[in-house]
Design a protein around this ligand. Structure first.
Ligand code: C2E
Ligand code: MG
Ligand code: MG
Ligand code: MG
Length: 284
Protein backbone atom coordinates (compact mmCIF):
# COMPACT_ATOMS: atom_id res chain seq x y z
CA UNK A 1 0.00 0.00 0.00
CA UNK A 2 1.09 3.56 -0.56
CA UNK A 3 2.68 5.08 2.52
CA UNK A 4 3.34 8.57 1.24
CA UNK A 5 3.53 10.36 -2.03
CA UNK A 6 5.91 13.22 -2.64
CA UNK A 7 5.02 16.21 -4.78
CA UNK A 8 7.48 15.00 -7.38
CA UNK A 9 5.55 11.79 -7.75
CA UNK A 10 7.91 9.47 -5.86
CA UNK A 11 6.13 6.76 -4.01
CA UNK A 12 7.17 4.84 -0.97
CA UNK A 13 5.81 1.37 -0.53
CA UNK A 14 6.05 -0.93 2.41
CA UNK A 15 6.77 -4.69 2.33
CA UNK A 16 4.39 -5.65 -0.48
CA UNK A 17 5.89 -3.98 -3.47
CA UNK A 18 4.94 -3.78 -7.05
CA UNK A 19 6.77 -0.62 -7.90
CA UNK A 20 6.64 0.33 -11.54
CA UNK A 21 9.90 0.81 -13.31
CA UNK A 22 9.79 4.61 -13.48
CA UNK A 23 9.25 5.21 -9.79
CA UNK A 24 11.71 2.48 -8.91
CA UNK A 25 14.35 4.23 -10.95
CA UNK A 26 13.64 7.59 -9.42
CA UNK A 27 13.61 6.24 -5.90
CA UNK A 28 16.79 4.36 -6.60
CA UNK A 29 18.36 7.64 -7.73
CA UNK A 30 17.07 9.28 -4.60
CA UNK A 31 18.61 6.62 -2.41
CA UNK A 32 21.93 6.78 -4.24
CA UNK A 33 21.93 10.50 -3.62
CA UNK A 34 21.14 9.86 0.02
CA UNK A 35 24.24 7.69 0.26
CA UNK A 36 26.34 10.40 -1.38
CA UNK A 37 24.95 13.14 0.81
CA UNK A 38 25.19 11.04 3.92
CA UNK A 39 21.49 11.29 4.69
CA UNK A 40 21.33 7.83 6.24
CA UNK A 41 21.56 7.96 10.03
CA UNK A 42 21.91 5.28 12.63
CA UNK A 43 19.71 5.49 15.71
CA UNK A 44 20.19 3.29 18.75
CA UNK A 45 17.63 1.64 20.97
CA UNK A 46 18.83 0.49 24.41
CA UNK A 47 18.61 -3.16 25.39
CA UNK A 48 18.13 -3.15 29.12
CA UNK A 49 18.89 -5.83 31.72
CA UNK A 50 15.55 -6.64 33.28
CA UNK A 51 17.09 -7.20 36.72
CA UNK A 52 19.56 -4.32 37.07
CA UNK A 53 17.97 -1.80 34.70
CA UNK A 54 21.34 -1.22 33.12
CA UNK A 55 21.85 -0.73 29.43
CA UNK A 56 23.69 -3.79 28.18
CA UNK A 57 23.30 -3.29 24.48
CA UNK A 58 22.27 -0.95 21.69
CA UNK A 59 20.38 -2.01 18.58
CA UNK A 60 21.33 -0.03 15.50
CA UNK A 61 18.25 1.00 13.50
CA UNK A 62 18.69 2.85 10.24
CA UNK A 63 16.87 6.12 9.46
CA UNK A 64 16.83 8.31 6.38
CA UNK A 65 16.91 12.00 7.12
CA UNK A 66 15.24 13.01 3.89
CA UNK A 67 15.66 16.71 2.97
CA UNK A 68 11.98 17.15 2.05
CA UNK A 69 10.13 14.29 3.64
CA UNK A 70 11.73 14.33 7.05
CA UNK A 71 12.74 11.23 8.96
CA UNK A 72 11.99 8.02 7.07
CA UNK A 73 11.87 4.57 8.67
CA UNK A 74 13.30 1.31 7.36
CA UNK A 75 9.89 0.13 6.16
CA UNK A 76 9.81 3.13 3.81
CA UNK A 77 13.02 2.36 1.93
CA UNK A 78 14.62 -0.98 2.84
CA UNK A 79 12.36 -3.06 0.57
CA UNK A 80 13.44 -0.89 -2.35
CA UNK A 81 17.07 -0.99 -1.27
CA UNK A 82 16.88 -4.76 -1.34
CA UNK A 83 15.28 -4.85 -4.76
CA UNK A 84 17.85 -2.54 -6.26
CA UNK A 85 20.77 -4.18 -4.47
CA UNK A 86 21.62 -0.84 -2.89
CA UNK A 87 21.11 -2.71 0.36
CA UNK A 88 24.79 -3.69 0.48
CA UNK A 89 25.81 -0.05 0.49
CA UNK A 90 23.16 0.84 3.03
CA UNK A 91 24.27 -2.01 5.28
CA UNK A 92 27.91 -1.13 4.93
CA UNK A 93 27.13 2.44 5.91
CA UNK A 94 25.15 1.33 8.95
CA UNK A 95 27.83 -1.09 10.11
CA UNK A 96 30.62 1.46 9.67
CA UNK A 97 28.72 4.17 11.51
CA UNK A 98 27.66 1.81 14.31
CA UNK A 99 31.16 0.37 14.77
CA UNK A 100 32.51 3.92 15.04
CA UNK A 101 29.88 5.12 17.51
CA UNK A 102 29.70 2.05 19.70
CA UNK A 103 33.45 1.41 19.44
CA UNK A 104 34.01 4.87 20.89
CA UNK A 105 31.61 4.15 23.77
CA UNK A 106 33.24 0.78 24.42
CA UNK A 107 36.66 2.40 24.65
CA UNK A 108 35.44 5.22 26.84
CA UNK A 109 34.48 3.15 29.83
CA UNK A 110 31.75 0.71 28.73
CA UNK A 111 33.80 -2.34 27.75
CA UNK A 112 30.87 -4.77 27.74
CA UNK A 113 28.46 -2.66 25.72
CA UNK A 114 26.95 -4.72 22.95
CA UNK A 115 26.11 -3.57 19.44
CA UNK A 116 23.21 -5.35 17.75
CA UNK A 117 22.88 -4.94 13.98
CA UNK A 118 20.13 -6.18 11.69
CA UNK A 119 21.14 -8.04 8.56
CA UNK A 120 19.02 -8.35 5.47
CA UNK A 121 18.56 -11.72 3.75
CA UNK A 122 20.18 -10.35 0.59
CA UNK A 123 23.29 -9.50 2.56
CA UNK A 124 23.57 -12.85 4.32
CA UNK A 125 23.09 -14.76 1.08
CA UNK A 126 25.97 -12.94 -0.59
CA UNK A 127 28.89 -15.35 -1.12
CA UNK A 128 31.40 -12.93 0.43
CA UNK A 129 29.21 -11.96 3.36
CA UNK A 130 31.36 -13.41 6.15
CA UNK A 131 34.60 -12.08 4.72
CA UNK A 132 33.14 -8.61 4.20
CA UNK A 133 31.67 -8.41 7.69
CA UNK A 134 34.90 -9.52 9.34
CA UNK A 135 36.88 -7.01 7.30
CA UNK A 136 34.63 -4.13 8.33
CA UNK A 137 34.77 -5.12 11.98
CA UNK A 138 38.55 -5.43 11.92
CA UNK A 139 38.98 -2.17 10.04
CA UNK A 140 37.29 -0.41 12.96
CA UNK A 141 39.15 -2.50 15.53
CA UNK A 142 35.76 -3.31 16.91
CA UNK A 143 35.84 -6.23 19.36
CA UNK A 144 33.88 -9.06 17.67
CA UNK A 145 32.63 -10.27 21.08
CA UNK A 146 30.73 -7.00 21.43
CA UNK A 147 28.91 -7.49 18.15
CA UNK A 148 25.62 -9.34 17.81
CA UNK A 149 24.09 -9.87 14.39
CA UNK A 150 20.31 -10.22 14.11
CA UNK A 151 18.86 -12.50 11.48
CA UNK A 152 15.39 -13.94 11.07
CA UNK A 153 14.28 -17.55 11.01
CA UNK A 154 13.41 -17.27 7.34
CA UNK A 155 17.01 -16.38 6.48
CA UNK A 156 18.19 -19.53 8.22
CA UNK A 157 15.64 -21.75 6.56
CA UNK A 158 16.32 -20.31 3.08
CA UNK A 159 19.49 -22.34 2.80
CA UNK A 160 20.28 -24.13 6.03
CA UNK A 161 23.58 -25.65 4.89
CA UNK A 162 25.07 -22.44 3.49
CA UNK A 163 23.87 -20.34 6.38
CA UNK A 164 25.07 -22.69 9.08
CA UNK A 165 28.55 -22.69 7.57
CA UNK A 166 28.58 -18.89 7.58
CA UNK A 167 27.26 -18.63 11.11
CA UNK A 168 29.88 -21.07 12.35
CA UNK A 169 32.63 -18.96 10.83
CA UNK A 170 31.25 -15.81 12.41
CA UNK A 171 30.80 -17.49 15.79
CA UNK A 172 34.40 -18.72 15.63
CA UNK A 173 35.44 -15.13 14.95
CA UNK A 174 33.64 -14.17 18.18
CA UNK A 175 30.48 -12.58 16.86
CA UNK A 176 27.19 -13.38 18.60
CA UNK A 177 24.11 -14.44 16.67
CA UNK A 178 20.53 -13.49 17.53
CA UNK A 179 17.27 -14.66 15.98
CA UNK A 180 15.08 -11.61 15.45
CA UNK A 181 11.25 -11.67 15.53
CA UNK A 182 11.47 -15.16 16.95
CA UNK A 183 8.27 -17.16 16.57
CA UNK A 184 6.94 -15.37 13.51
CA UNK A 185 8.90 -17.11 10.75
CA UNK A 186 8.47 -20.37 8.96
CA UNK A 187 11.01 -22.52 10.63
CA UNK A 188 11.60 -25.75 12.42
CA UNK A 189 12.95 -25.59 15.96
CA UNK A 190 15.50 -28.14 14.92
CA UNK A 191 18.12 -25.56 14.00
CA UNK A 192 18.22 -24.06 17.49
CA UNK A 193 20.61 -26.63 18.91
CA UNK A 194 22.41 -27.26 15.64
CA UNK A 195 23.52 -23.69 15.02
CA UNK A 196 25.73 -21.39 17.09
CA UNK A 197 22.89 -19.17 18.27
CA UNK A 198 23.29 -17.02 21.37
CA UNK A 199 20.09 -15.01 21.65
CA UNK A 200 16.39 -15.23 20.89
CA UNK A 201 14.46 -12.02 20.44
CA UNK A 202 10.81 -12.57 21.29
CA UNK A 203 8.71 -10.83 18.69
CA UNK A 204 6.70 -7.77 19.74
CA UNK A 205 3.41 -9.43 18.87
CA UNK A 206 3.87 -11.96 21.69
CA UNK A 207 4.85 -9.23 24.14
CA UNK A 208 1.72 -7.27 23.17
CA UNK A 209 -0.37 -10.32 24.04
CA UNK A 210 0.71 -10.22 27.69
CA UNK A 211 -2.33 -9.19 29.69
CA UNK A 212 -3.22 -10.25 33.15
CA UNK A 213 -5.92 -12.85 33.37
CA UNK A 214 -5.75 -13.84 29.73
CA UNK A 215 -3.92 -16.66 28.07
CA UNK A 216 -2.19 -14.35 25.59
CA UNK A 217 1.04 -14.76 27.55
CA UNK A 218 1.34 -18.48 26.94
CA UNK A 219 3.54 -18.08 23.86
CA UNK A 220 5.95 -15.82 25.72
CA UNK A 221 6.00 -18.35 28.56
CA UNK A 222 6.86 -21.15 26.17
CA UNK A 223 9.58 -19.23 24.33
CA UNK A 224 11.27 -18.10 27.53
CA UNK A 225 11.11 -21.61 29.02
CA UNK A 226 12.62 -23.07 25.86
CA UNK A 227 15.38 -20.43 25.79
CA UNK A 228 16.24 -21.23 29.41
CA UNK A 229 16.40 -24.93 28.59
CA UNK A 230 18.68 -24.32 25.62
CA UNK A 231 20.75 -21.81 27.65
CA UNK A 232 20.07 -19.03 25.20
CA UNK A 233 19.88 -15.40 26.12
CA UNK A 234 16.47 -13.89 25.69
CA UNK A 235 15.51 -10.36 24.70
CA UNK A 236 11.88 -9.21 24.63
CA UNK A 237 11.06 -6.64 21.96
CA UNK A 238 8.38 -4.00 21.97
CA UNK A 239 8.01 -3.66 25.74
CA UNK A 240 5.74 -0.67 26.32
CA UNK A 241 4.07 -1.07 29.70
CA UNK A 242 4.84 -1.68 33.37
CA UNK A 243 2.72 -4.74 33.26
CA UNK A 244 4.67 -6.30 30.40
CA UNK A 245 7.97 -5.46 32.07
CA UNK A 246 6.94 -6.96 35.42
CA UNK A 247 5.68 -10.07 33.76
CA UNK A 248 8.81 -10.58 31.66
CA UNK A 249 11.00 -9.94 34.69
CA UNK A 250 9.12 -12.56 36.69
CA UNK A 251 9.57 -15.07 33.86
CA UNK A 252 13.32 -14.55 33.91
CA UNK A 253 13.56 -12.83 30.55
CA UNK A 254 17.11 -11.43 30.57
CA UNK A 255 16.74 -8.25 28.56
CA UNK A 256 13.99 -5.96 27.42
CA UNK A 257 13.78 -3.40 24.68
CA UNK A 258 10.92 -1.07 23.82
CA UNK A 259 9.19 2.26 24.14
CA UNK A 260 8.85 1.72 27.89
CA UNK A 261 12.53 2.61 28.10
CA UNK A 262 12.57 4.69 24.98
CA UNK A 263 12.65 4.55 21.18
CA UNK A 264 15.79 4.47 19.09
CA UNK A 265 17.69 7.75 19.51
CA UNK A 266 20.47 9.54 17.65
CA UNK A 267 24.04 9.02 18.90
CA UNK A 268 24.17 12.42 20.63
CA UNK A 269 21.38 11.32 22.95
CA UNK A 270 22.98 7.97 23.66
CA UNK A 271 26.28 9.69 24.30
CA UNK A 272 24.66 11.85 26.95
CA UNK A 273 22.92 8.85 28.44
CA UNK A 274 26.10 6.80 28.71
CA UNK A 275 27.98 9.78 30.13
CA UNK A 276 26.39 9.17 33.50
CA UNK A 277 27.45 5.54 33.80
CA UNK A 278 26.38 3.28 35.33
CA UNK A 279 23.56 4.48 33.21
CA UNK A 280 20.15 3.57 34.42
CA UNK A 281 17.44 4.11 31.91
CA UNK A 282 15.41 6.00 34.46
CA UNK A 283 17.59 8.96 33.42
CA UNK A 284 16.55 8.45 29.81
P1 C2E B 1 13.43 -5.12 14.21
O1 C2E B 1 14.87 -5.41 14.10
O2 C2E B 1 12.54 -6.19 14.73
O3 C2E B 1 13.37 -3.81 15.09
C1 C2E B 1 12.34 -3.49 15.97
C2 C2E B 1 11.43 -2.42 15.43
O4 C2E B 1 10.42 -2.10 16.41
C3 C2E B 1 12.11 -1.09 15.17
O5 C2E B 1 11.40 -0.48 14.09
C4 C2E B 1 11.87 -0.31 16.46
O6 C2E B 1 11.93 1.09 16.30
C5 C2E B 1 10.46 -0.76 16.78
N1 C2E B 1 10.19 -0.70 18.22
C6 C2E B 1 11.05 -0.70 19.25
N2 C2E B 1 10.42 -0.67 20.45
C7 C2E B 1 9.09 -0.65 20.16
C8 C2E B 1 7.91 -0.62 20.98
O7 C2E B 1 7.94 -0.61 22.22
N3 C2E B 1 6.70 -0.63 20.32
C9 C2E B 1 6.63 -0.66 18.96
N4 C2E B 1 5.43 -0.66 18.40
N5 C2E B 1 7.73 -0.68 18.16
C10 C2E B 1 8.94 -0.68 18.76
P2 C2E B 1 12.17 0.21 12.87
O8 C2E B 1 13.34 1.00 13.37
O9 C2E B 1 11.14 0.89 12.03
O10 C2E B 1 12.77 -1.03 12.08
C11 C2E B 1 11.93 -1.96 11.44
C12 C2E B 1 12.72 -3.14 10.93
O11 C2E B 1 13.60 -2.73 9.89
C13 C2E B 1 13.60 -3.79 11.98
O12 C2E B 1 12.84 -4.67 12.77
C14 C2E B 1 14.62 -4.47 11.13
O13 C2E B 1 14.14 -5.73 10.69
C15 C2E B 1 14.74 -3.55 9.93
N6 C2E B 1 15.95 -2.72 10.07
C16 C2E B 1 16.15 -1.63 10.81
N7 C2E B 1 17.40 -1.14 10.64
C17 C2E B 1 18.01 -1.98 9.77
C18 C2E B 1 19.34 -2.03 9.19
O14 C2E B 1 20.24 -1.22 9.46
N8 C2E B 1 19.59 -3.05 8.31
C19 C2E B 1 18.65 -3.99 8.00
N9 C2E B 1 18.98 -4.96 7.15
N10 C2E B 1 17.42 -3.98 8.54
C20 C2E B 1 17.09 -2.99 9.41
MG1 MG C 1 16.25 -6.30 15.13
MG1 MG D 1 12.28 -7.72 15.83
MG1 MG E 1 11.30 -6.90 12.39
Amino acid sequence: HVKARGKDGYRFYSESMSVDTASRLSLERDLRLALERDELKVYYQPQVCSQSNRIVGLEALVRWQHPERGLLYPGDFLPLAEETRLISQVSERVLDRACKDVGRWIRSGHPDLRLAVNLSPVQVEHPRFVETLMQRVQAHQFPPENLEIEITENVIMSDLEQISQKLRELAAFGVRIAIDDFGTGYSSLNYLHRLPIHTLKVDQSFVKAIRSGEDGACIVNAIVAMAHGLKLEIVAEGVETDEQLDYLRSLGCHQVQGFFYGPARPPEDINRLLGSWPARVASF
